[in-house]
Design a protein around this ligand. Structure first.
Ligand code: ZN
Length: 143
C-alpha cells in the first residue's frame, strides 16, 4: 500500500467514525459555527478551555469527507494542548495545506493525512474549516 492510499484510508476512517462528534451546552464550553458555501460544508465546534488548556473539543456538522474527517482529526490533535501549543499546531497545519514548508515534528497526529491537499486548492477550505472555528474560540478566549 502506498502512503496516499494509507492517508485516504485514515480520512475515510475519520469520516465514517468521527471522533468527539456531538455538541454540548455544558457550562464553560464555547461554540463557533462555520460554513463553506462552495462545497456545502457546515461545521460547529465547541471547546472547553480552562487555565489556557484545551480540555475538550466537540464537533458536529455535515459536509464532504475531507471536511468531516478534518473536524474529527482536529479534535484528537488539539485536545489537551495549551492554547499556545494549539495556535502553533494550527499555523503549521495551515502551512502544510497551503503547500508551504512546515514542521512535521509539530504535526505529529493524523493531521498529516492532508499533506497533499495543497494540490487541490478548492479543497483547502474543506480541510481547514473546523480548525478555523477552533481558532475563533481560542482567540475569543484571549479577549
Ligand atoms: Zn468540502
Amino acid at each position: 500500500m502506498d502512503i496516499k492510499q494509507l492517508y485516504r484510508q485514515v480520512i475515510m476512517d475519520h469520516y465514517k467514525s468521527p471522533r468527539n462528534k456531538g455538541l454540548t451546552d455544558e457550562k464553560g464550553y464555547k461554540m463557533f459555527h462555520m460554513n463553506n458555501p462552495s462545497c456545502g460544508d457546515d461545521i460547529s465546534v465547541c471547546a472547553l478551555v480552562e487555565n489556557n488548556i484545551i480540555k475538550d473539543i466537540k464537533q458536529s456538522g455535515t459536509g464532504c469527507s475531507i471536511c468531516c474527517a478534518s473536524a474529527s482529526i482536529m479534535t484528537i490533535s488539539l485536545i489537551g494542548k495549551t492554547v499556545v501549543e494549539a495556535r502553533k499546531f494550527n499555523d503549521e497545519f495551515y502551512r502544510m495545506v497551503m503547500g508551504q514548508t512546515y514542521n512535521d515534528s509539530i504535526l505529529n497526529t493524523d493531521a498529516i493525512v492532508f499533506q497533499s491537499i495543497s494540490q487541490f486548492p478548492a479543497r483547502i477550505k474543506c480541510a481547514t474549516l473546523a480548525w478555523k472555528a477552533l481558532d475563533e474560540i481560542i482567540d475569543e478566549d484571549k479577549k
